[in-house]
Design a protein around this ligand. Structure first.
Ligand SMILES: [Zn+2]
Length: 386
């Protein structure tokens, strides 16, 4: 759909990205920020390769590179670039779809997740636990993964704090919240999908889809989100000084997947629908309608980036998911509008500072456009959008 100029631009950018991966240019001299290609990003590159172009023979090569890189690069058990969960997610995702065989390394990652979750439990915090759950979802029904998932869910439950009549999850202190004046003694809650408590609801909906019985926890997390939404459009952060959540609105933050009404609204909608709570679903749709009508014209948007995190690709993908869940046609046309914005920006040579990263750059843009052109959209499970 994107037209040949966009297709050509994407093809060129993806080739550059992969040549850096293969050459292990570390860091590329012109942009240190683009040096995020340790093993995990090799593997995500394979997902892009498969989903964007369906060139399966290439995918296997990328994953072999990723596995080899794991032997050379220090890897930790995280979703960060180079992290084992990032590598593991992409490999498990592709293996589950029959694109590549399941690597034996995945069994070791399952064991490691079980071990770490058992030893450290709730003290890991919801952000890390949800990362583990996101990986384990792709590994089901592997027995060790299923056991690890039980431990992860226990940890998530233990890490919860009251939010409204339901539950929420505290965040690590965030510099943006601190800059905006968060009280040093307060508990901070991040309301975004990048690191915030809505991630718990999003993970639980995904697990419901896999047949895992998590209704009670999903009920509590969705209630917490709904009660917060009843106080107005979600702020990026809240602080609780013992009197309930108060909004914190840092000046420089963009609405999208990472923060704001879009990711929050889709997640509340998904949670409400999974529980059959139509009043809460309607509240989420109102929130999203409010975002659509208040959204700035793209060229006036100071955060007019291309990426999944808070740019045109992420906005298009989220709005397409909303459109599939409700009757209001405004969401489908808004998704289409953001795809056009994305295509125009790419054709004009627009790149983010962090142009090679999955979350902010070309790979995410490629996936969003490929999805619009009919490719399997389920790669957005990594973003907890489906
Ligand atoms: Zn962002």
């Amino acid at each position: 759909m994107a037209g040949s100029r966009v297709a050509d631009a994407l093809e060129r950018d993806l080739d550059v990205m992969w040549s850096r991966v293969s050459a292990k240019a570390w860091p590329p001299p012109e942009a240190a920020e683009q040096a995020a290609y340790a093993a995990g990003d090799h593997a995500l590159a394979a997902v892009v390769d498969w989903s964007a172009a369906e060139r399966h023979p290439h995918v296997r090569g990328r994953l072999e590179e990723a596995t080899a890189a794991l032997g050379e690069e220090p890897a930790d058990l995280s979703m960060a670039p180079g992290g084992l969960l990032r590598y593991g997610w992409a490999t498990a995702y592709l293996a589950r779809r029959g694109v590549v065989p399941a690597a034996p390394l995945l069994d070791e990652i399952d064991e490691a997740v079980l071990d770490v979750a058992t030893r450290y439990g709730a003290s890991l915090g919801s952000d890390d636990l949800v990362d583990m759950g996101t990986y384990l979802r792709e590994r089901l029904p592997a027995p060790t993964a299923a056991r690890a998932l039980d431990v992860v869910l226990e940890g998530i439950e233990r890490a919860a704090i009251p939010l409204g009549r339901g539950l929420g999850w505290p965040s690590l202190r965030n510099p943006l919240a601190d800059e905006a004046g968060a009280d040093p003694g307060a508990t901070v809650l991040d309301a975004g999908l990048a690191h915030g408590f809505p991630r718990v609801t999003a993970l639980l909906v995904g697990l419901c889809d896999e047949g895992i019985p998590v209704d009670a926890l999903l009920h509590s997390s969705t209630t917490g989100m709904s009660d917060l939404a009843a106080t107005g459009a979600p702020a990026p952060f809240y602080q609780d000084r013992g009197r309930g959540p108060e909004p914190i609105r840092p000046a420089r933050i963009a609405d999208g997947w990472c923060h704001g009404a879009l990711g929050f609204g889709l997640t509340l909608l998904r949670g409400s629908r999974a529980l059959g709570r139509e009043d809460d679903a309607e509240r989420a749709i109102e929130l999203l309608r409010g975002w659509v009508s208040a959204a700035r014209e793209p060229e006036d948007d100071p955060f007019a980036s291309i990426g999944l995190c808070h740019g045109a690709a992420g906005r298009a993908q989220i709005l397409a998911r909303v459109a599939a869940l409700c009757d209001d046609r405004c969401f489908a046309s808004e998704a289409q509008r953001w795809r056009r914005v994305l295509a125009d920006r790419l054709a004009a040579g627009r790149r983010d500072r962090d142009g090679g990263s999955f979350y902010q750059g070309i790979p995410g843009a490629a996936l969003a456009l490929a999805t619009a052109a009919g490719a399997d959209p389920s790669w957005d499970r990594l973003l907890l959008l489906s």
